[in-house]
Design a protein around this ligand. Structure first.
Ligand SMILES: Cc1cc2nc3c(=O)[nH]c(=O)nc-3n(C[C@H](O)[C@H](O)[C@H](O)COP(=O)(O)OP(=O)(O)OC[C@H]3O[C@@H](n4cnc5c(N)ncnc54)[C@H](O)[C@@H]3O)c2cc1C
Length: 414
């Protein structure tokens, strides 16, 4: 018997789409090229899966998806963070809210998230076909007629959902095949770039801080002396430069700006204080450590690892007694705390990014159904569409919402 729906890609979006279509009574096959489903899902949130956010107003949530975030309004209103939490909790996996409104399973295990999705598929009689790599999609007259697997086998269905993900972490199976098919079917694919990706820095000093994580700092992006964007939060120094949530979130704009020219980053270690208050604070520490060498006077203000770097950048002799440091030198020091300048050399590649920016153009997809506007029996779900959010559960939410809607719409299209 002909399948009602064939879903290509067994990631979070594909699993949700297939399960929902099956739940509504459709005969569904889910094709995955790996030997198991959800390989990338297992590594999300460092193995804990930050599945969504405690932001239950779709209109508020949309704002974080950038200029075209409105596209998600219908999907989020149909199946948003509340429905996502209910979905897992109703099936026995309790959720908890952590710092920054991030929602994780109480068990801290992405395997438990995957297990719930596997049960959802089985309960709704979805035929799971692993080791089934789709090689080609054949269409004529604005309609897909069949798909061909690498094995040569051909499969047909009334409707098809492409949920093959993006191009990042290709070792998990997401190698970008869906973009090529979409283009061959007449869709436009917006330029693909690694997003939510660490940043390489030209200067040497950040590398010396490798492994150091700083909370409550501010990072600002500049081009040609003009401020472009900034983030407050947590940053991590690495052997190549910078990573951590605020760096990942800024990486998209950094990538865009790099195509136009040099990009500078400015790190403020004490964003809660203006320069004057910081100078006063340093002054009071200098009074406290009056007789010490300069190199031994910064323990209250900085992590140990950072002290030699700041001393070097300040140009003040580390063996100078604190009580002979001049006002000018002290003010210069406060300025360095708030203006640590770095030059971006490049972004790391697709293999180190969290999501792909770019993808199938949103104006070619009906936001009420996730159906292609060009191919009548084709739907899209997940990272393949030209939309991504910051870190913190936004990207899996795209998968749950678009997957649910695509599965629902495809099951209804006879
Ligand atoms: C390290 C890391 C951590 C992350 N952590 C989080 C987090 O905590 N929270 C969050 O919101 N987001 C997180 N993300 C992002 C999130 O993982 C993705 O947004 C999400 O996995 C995209 O889901 P998807 O179903 O669209 O695609 P994918 O998860 O990429 O799944 C696509 C599937 O399609 C299969 N496939 C591809 N080509 C074919 C083919 N030709 N034939 C058959 N099958 C095929 C692939 O093997 C794969 O299984 C993280 C990403 C990474 C890399």
């Amino acid at each position: 018997m002909l399948n009602d729906v064939v879903v290509i890609g067994g990631g979070p979006a594909g699993m949700m789409a297939a399960g929902r279509a099956g739940e509504l009574g459709a005969k569904v096959a889910l094709l995955e090229k790996n030997s198991s489903l959800g390989r990338k899902l297992l590594i999300t949130g460092k193995g804990r899966s930050n599945i969504t956010r405690a932001e239950f107003n779709p209109k508020e949530l949309l704002k974080k998806y950038g200029r075209e975030g409105d596209f998600l309004l219908h999907a989020l209103s149909t199946f948003g963070p509340k429905e996502t939490v209910d979905f897992f909790e109703k099936r026995g996996l309790k959720m908890k809210v952590e710092r920054g409104k991030r929602i994780f399973p109480e068990t801290d295990s992405s395997k438990d998230v995957l297990d719930i999705l596997m049960c959802y598929l089985k309960d709704n009689n979805v035929e799971i076909k692993t080791n089934s790599e789709v090689k080609e999609i054949i269409s004529s007259h604005g309609k897909i007629s069949k798909i061909i697997l690498s094995s040569g086998k051909e499969i047909s269905a009334k409707n098809y959902i492409i949920a093959t993900g993006g191009k990042v972490f290709p070792g998990t199976g997401s190698t970008g095949a869906g973009y090529d098919w979409a283009e061959k079917l007449g869709h436009t694919v917006a330029k693909l770039r690694p997003a939510l990706v660490p940043v390489k820095i030209k200067e040497d000093w950040p590398q010396k801080l490798q492994g150091l994580s700083l909370k409550n700092v501010e990072l600002t992006v500049f081009q040609n002396g003009k401020k472009k964007d900034s983030r407050f939060g947590e940053l991590l120094f690495t052997h190549f430069g910078l990573s951590g949530p605020i760096v990942l979130d800024l990486s998209f704009i950094v990538g865009e700006l790099l195509e136009r020219g040099e990009v500078k980053l400015v790190l403020d270690l004490k964003p809660a204080m203006d320069q004057q208050s910081l100078d006063k604070r340093i002054q009071s520490d200098f009074i406290k450590y009056n007789n010490k060498f300069f190199k031994n006077s910064l323990d209250d203000l900085l992590p140990q690892k950072f002290i030699p770097i700041i001393i070097e950048l300040s140009g003040i002799d580390p063996f100078k007694k604190v009580n002979v440091i001049t006002k000018k030198e002290r003010r210069g020091l406060a300025k360095i705390f708030k203006n640590l300048k770095m030059t971006v050399s490049s972004l790391l590649g697709f293999e180190s990014a969290i999501v792909t920016s770019g993808g199938v153009l949103l104006r070619e997809i009906d936001s009420k159904t996730m159906r292609s506007k060009l191919i009548e029996n084709l739907f899209f779900a997940g990272e393949i569409i030209n939309l991504h959010g910051p870190t913190g559960g936004y990207n899996l939410q795209i998968c749950w919402s678009s997957g649910y809607l695509a599965g629902q719409s495809a099951s209804k299209r006879k």
